[in-house]
Design a protein around this ligand. Structure first.
Ligand code: ADP
Length: 453
């Protein structure tokens, strides 16, 4: 039985694992699997980028020469790996090159042009294959134009008479700007309902501090604005059977984490000592992530730091500088490395999430799943997932506030082992699965279906 016969089409610029750059891809790849468990008919649509491996994913042509504006497109189909979720892929010259995003350099079409075309192609493809969604679930500015098209150009199109739109904001900082348009604003103004990826961030973006210039537009839609926390892939991030770590463990065998710690200390050339607190950080090294809060005075603390990430040269250099000066305290690894990331989650006692702003944030949740205690700045999704039952928090964005929080954490780590164990167990027992978030999306979809046009 399908749930209320709800048919959902999720449109996104990225879908993990077939075409992923960041968190947007993770969400698009994980949410529909959880929706299918709730018996919804959920399907995905994305551009057919040159990077997508046609053979690996057994992609088949299903419809040719669909008229889209003045152009023609072909529609291809595959399924989301490890699921039954159909993925439709739109083939057009705009998407042929090897990159998912394009800067419009060297005469290439700009992303605003590519994705506004994609937004139109979404609607024409659905008509061509006669799939009538109850809700088109749009994600970030790339698909925002679809909401505007349904409200304007397609207003009298009988095919989409019942179709509603949900617009999910993953990153308010990227707005899709042209001389005359702001696609993010267009999505916010035209979608039937809007959500962002945590309850706290949904409130914060109504303020000047977090609104990225769109706070007034968002305020107009505040009654239609929701916050739903992202989940994490609890099968991929699972210390009990994670193949990327040396020693598997669970809430019952947390002491085995120590073997992962000493293994990582040896691998990275830090002093091997199972008692020394290991502090991890895995992130993009950019302003958003609060890298500037980590300064030389942290070298005085009785712990070892392991930082993994890539990003802006300024922040990479600042961290490498610390590692150069205090090689026994700081290890800084500038690369994207999934295996090392898992090893750090498994090895660390403490995990940092210092963001200036954070729509949701996944690393703090993954860290807790691996029994690592987070220290988080109280903002966005960090405020929704970290509290003093599971970790340590600080409110004002400042190095001293962070320093005090870490000092307190170390004191409890070294002097109050029982209290420390309680924090770790509370964290590891939390449920960050997509199943929970998918139920909240289901409620929004139902609300949309019952909405009068
Ligand atoms: P973002 O703002 O980058 O989306 P999130 O916390 O939402 O931040 O998600 C980051 C994800 O990327 C996490 O799964 C994290 O483990 C992973 N990640 C970030 N940097 C690296 C890296 N250098 N190597 C491996 N994984 C990384």
């Amino acid at each position: 039985m399908k749930n209320n016969n709800l048919k959902i089409l999720i449109a996104a610029a990225e879908i993990a694992p077939i075409a992923k750059v960041g968190g947007l891809g993770d969400v698009a790849g994980a949410l529909p699997k959880a929706l299918v468990k709730l018996k919804l008919d959920a399907r995905l649509i994305a551009p057919f980028y040159g990077v997508i491996d046609r053979n690996k994913y057994k992609i088949k042509l299903i419809k040719q020469n669909i008229k889209t504006g003045h152009a023609l497109i072909n529609l291809w189909q595959t399924v989301l790996p490890d699921s039954t979720v159909p993925i439709y892929l739109i083939e057009h010259n705009f998407f042929k090159n090897k990159k998912i995003y394009s800067l419009g350099a060297g005469g290439e079409p700009k992303d605003t042009e590519r994705f506004s075309f994609f937004s139109l192609a979404i609607l024409e493809s659905m008509k061509a294959i006669n799939f009538l969604p109850d809700v088109v679930h749009l994600n970030d500015w790339h698909t925002a134009a679809t909401a505007a098209l349904l409200k304007n150009d397609y207003k009298d199109d009988r095919f989409f008479k019942q179709t509603k739109t949900l617009y999910t904001i993953h990153n308010l900082a990227n707005q899709g700007l042209t001389d005359s348009k702001n696609y993010m604003a267009e999505g916010i103004l035209n979608a039937d309902l809007i959500n962002t990826v945590s309850p706290t961030y949904a409130k914060e973006i109504l303020t000047k501090e977090y609104g990225a210039g769109l706070e007034n537009i968002l305020a107009k839609r505040r009654k239609q604005l929701y916050g739903i926390l992202n989940g994490i892939d609890i099968d991929f991030f699972n210390p009990t059977n994670d193949k990327l770590i040396k020693f598997n463990y669970s809430a019952e065998t947390l002491e085995k984490k120590l073997a992962n710690k000493t293994a990582l200390q040896c691998q990275l050339g830090l002093f091997k000592n199972e008692k020394t607190a290991l502090v991890g950080l895995i992130t993009r090294f950019v302003r958003q992530k609060g890298i500037e809060l980590i300064t030389e005075k942290f070298s005085k603390l009785n712990c070892q730091f392991v930082f993994l990430g890539t990003g802006e040269e300024y922040y990479e250099k600042a961290l490498l500088n610390l590692a150069g000066k205090y090689p026994n305290k700081f290890k800084v690894l500038i690369k994207f490395d999934e295996k090392l990331a898992h090893k750090i989650y498994a090895a660390s006692d403490i995990f940092l999430a210092l963001s200036l702003f954070e729509p949701c944030g996944l690393t703090q949740m993954i860290a807790m799943r691996y029994g690592s205690v987070p220290i988080a700045r109280l903002t966005g999704g960090l405020a929704d997932t970290v509290n003093n039952r599971v970790g340590f928090t600080f409110k004002n964005f400042g190095s001293l506030k962070f320093y005090k929080a870490l000092k307190l954490a170390l004191k409890i780590y070294y002097e109050k082992p029982k209290a420390w164990q309680k924090l770790r167990l509370n964290g590891i027992k939390q449920n960050f699965s997509w199943d929970k978030s998918a139920k909240e999306y289901l409620e929004l979809y139902k609300k949309l279906k019952n909405l009068k046009k």
